[in-house]
Ligand binder design. Structure first.
Ligand SMILES: Cc1cc2nc3c(=O)[nH]c(=O)nc-3n(C[C@H](O)[C@H](O)[C@H](O)COP(=O)(O)OP(=O)(O)OC[C@H]3O[C@@H](n4cnc5c(N)ncnc54)[C@H](O)[C@@H]3O)c2cc1C
Length: 450
């Protein structure tokens, strides 16, 4: 097999892989990027971006729903789901091509295929063998495989984003971000939605009170939520499927036209032959240090969703990729800081958060001032006839710094950045209140949150 040499070989052309190319190409290193599918990976092709097109439609339906509050009479809206899916696909169609051009301009050689280790510094792709001073694992994530019978009958977010027929009944197994977001879209579009979550509550990683508010709003729009369930099996039932589960010791069943795996995603590293690369891992999780470097093979870095320990968000994938690029160029000096990175759940309305949950802040013994406000009856909330508008702000009494913020509705997905900016730059809670905000805006309400 012919052998070629590169300074850096990146496995995966998503946000993380792209991030690696910035510093490495600026430093003049030779870089190959191996990618079997569309450049850009999940976020622009099968994730954030196409999903947001559907979420935007759900927002429009929500606005129409609230029109009577403004004394606007509207008929029942009809949604052409197939046309919406076509719109979604058209919106993203040009992205892989433009990224291809970007990589070309940046001097990155893109090689089509699946890469895998054959030795600590060697990657095989198709009939090529690439020798690399550094290898970066940026292969993203894949839906968690679930162990019960019939799990193979579930579809994933990929099919949700592609199927041109709106299913009348949808069940989600798992109540994570993907289930919540698509559950809201389907419910707004008129499907009957059930979310079956194994944990005692939805979105287990997020602030419990904020999630409770979202849970209520989710039920208000007609989604059936069952928590603390154990899925026994999925089986065919006529044209559709039946999900059999246990709850409080009793057996229950629901029928659905489509069952979606909403049980989260795990690093996609199984096909890489990590052992051949001497990359230590356990149950699909690469052992990495604070610099995102393999603990067993110093030539190997890992970033993005392929990292088991950091949140699966596209800005984090890019950020980690850029850090890995800088560590390759400068030596392992740079460490990611996740403290002020906002996370949004794009339900309608959205839940956005940054920093610590109340439970973690208390666990850490922070002298906490916890301010909780329901803003639905505030003038701004009433003006827009908001159905949910709630915020919790956590302030460290000793330092007057924000340590966490959790907002539902009230343009949460935008407001959260004010808190993120303050946290990143050490702007005190008092200074945030001192700012003069445009009025009347949702942002101006921040002054009244504590
Ligand atoms: C439905 C959905 C909605 C989402 N919405 C949001 C959102 O709103 N906001 C947000 O921040 N995040 C969102 N995310 C998460 C976000 O998409 C990911 O965090 C991000 O795309 C991860 O980037 P990555 O580069 O690590 O992985 P990916 O973008 O998945 O890229 C990995 C690439 O590696 C390639 N690959 C796999 N195996 C190999 C191999 N052996 N050799 C070479 N290449 C290989 C894959 O083809 C893929 O292109 C969403 C995810 C999903 C699934």
């Amino acid at each position: 097999m012919p052998e070629r040499s590169f300074d850096v070989v990146i496995l995966g052309g998503g946000n993380a892989g792209m991030g690696v190319t910035v510093a490495t190409r600026e430093a003049g290193l030779s870089v190959a990027m191996i990618e079997p599918d569309l450049l850009g990976g999940t976020c622009p092709n099968r994730g954030c971006m196409p999903k947001k097109v559907l979420v935007a439609a759900a927002h429009a339906l929500d606005e129409i729903d609230r029109a009577p509050a403004h004394h606007i009479a509207v008929g029942k809206p009809t949604l052409d789901w197939a046309a919406l899916i076509d719109r979604e696909k058209a919106m993203i169609a040009g992205i892989p091509g433009s990224l291809e051009q970007l990589m070309q301009r940046r001097g990155v050689e893109v090689i089509r295929g699946h890469g895998r280790f054959t030795a600590p510094h060697t990657i095989a792709v198709n009939d090529d063998v690439l020798e690399a001073k550094h290898v970066v694992i940026a292969t993203g994530s894949t839906p968690r495989r679930l162990p019960f019978p019939g799990a193979e009958l579930m579809i994933t977010s990929n099919e949700v984003l592609s199927a041109r027929a709106l299913p009348p009944r949808v069940a989600f197994v798992g109540g994570g971000v993907i289930a919540m977001e698509f559950g809201h879209v389907y419910a707004r579009a008129g499907s009957q939605v059930t979310i079956l979550e194994m944990a005692p509550r939805l979105l287990p990683g997020m602030d419990a009170d904020a999630v409770m508010q979202l849970h209520r709003e989710t039920e208000r729009i007609g989604v059936a939520v069952r928590t603390g369930v154990e899925i026994e099996r999925i089986e065919h039932a006529g044209e559709g499927l039946r999900v059999v589960y246990r709850h409080d010791g009793d057996e229950h069943a629901i029928e659905a036209d489509r069952v979606v795996n909403g049980a989260g995603r795990v690093p996609n590293v199984n096909g890489l032959d990590l052992a051949a690369g001497q990359v230590a891992s356990e149950r699909g999780s690469v052992f990495g240090d604070a610099h995102l470097r393999s603990t067993s093979n110093p030539a190997v870095y890992v970033c993005g969703d392929a990292v088991a320990a950091s949140p699966q968000l596209s800005p984090i994938a890019t950020y980690e990729g850029r850090i890995v690029g800088r560590n390759i160029v400068d030596g392992p000096k740079h460490v990611p800081d996740y403290t002020s990175i906002p996370a949004c759940v794009f339900t309608v309305p959205a839940l956005a958060s940054v920093g610590l949950t109340q439970a973690i802040a208390e666990e850490r013994g922070i002298d906490l001032r916890t301010e909780v406000n329901d803003m639905q009856n505030w003038l701004s909330g009433r003006t827009y006839a908001e159905t949910a508008a709630w915020a919790k702000v956590l302030i460290d009494r000793q330092t007057d710094r924000i340590v966490g913020a959790h907002i539902l509705g009230h343009a949460a997905e935008e407001l959260i950045h004010i808190f993120a900016l303050a946290m990143k730059n050490g702007i005190s809670a008092t200074d945030i209140k001192d700012l003069i905000y445009g009025f009347p805006t949702f942002s101006a309400d921040i002054k009244s949150l504590w």
